[in-house]
Design a protein around this ligand. Sequence first.
Ligand code: URA
Length: 245
Amino acid sequence: MAEEGERLQKVLAALGFGSRRACEVLIAEGRVVVNGTVAVLGARVQPETDQVTVDGAPVGVRPGLVHYLVNKPRGVVTTASDPQGRPTVVELVPDEPRVFPVGRLDLDTEGLILLTNDGTLANAIAHPSTGVEKEYLVEVHGGRVSPSGLRHLREGVELEDGRTAPARVTQPSPGVLRITIHEGRNRQVRRMCSAVGHEVRRLVRVRIGPISDRRLAPGDWRELLSDEVIALGQAVAASGYAQPT
Ligand code: URA
């Protein structure tokens, strides 16, 4: 039977506790506790069920680190400050501590974006090699996308910066697509749809890796739960992202 969960040192490394090797040392020194028991090397964790602490502090709620999930409305820019004076996502969350957006959504794109002061996790999620999935609901102009259009989107379309990686694409109703990608190129979903002859009418990001929230209203934010932070670390670790040492 396949072993469940991710290796503890990979998860800790993705959460910024150091390189995998450094995290193995943390474990070997007995400083990591899973569900009340000192962890051994090779232990695996499940974010939904396992409580992990390092030096007694719950992982994911390291002092001073904040992780906000924001539902960005249309017309709000993703940068920290905008020379044109447009509203920014950073203005939607508390001023202190200072946080920055993880990746970006276009001005006209709506939906979920993370803001954090946790540089390690932010780099890992935003890094193109991580493969953390992002799922979008897309309304396109021009009605139903043809089977060959869907096949192209799934298999990869040629864009000026290269062919897109395979994507998961369904059409829950005519002209509405659910697209899951793990690359994060500029205006990628809009350019993919345009490449198969459908301009985007509305684009909403509904999931980032394991994180989704249908009840978060546009313009609202909430802090990630610690098991969501761990799950994000796991998603990064599972995607093969190598933490810089
Ligand atoms: N793809 C886009 O085209 N725009 C976004 O904002 C995000 C993904």
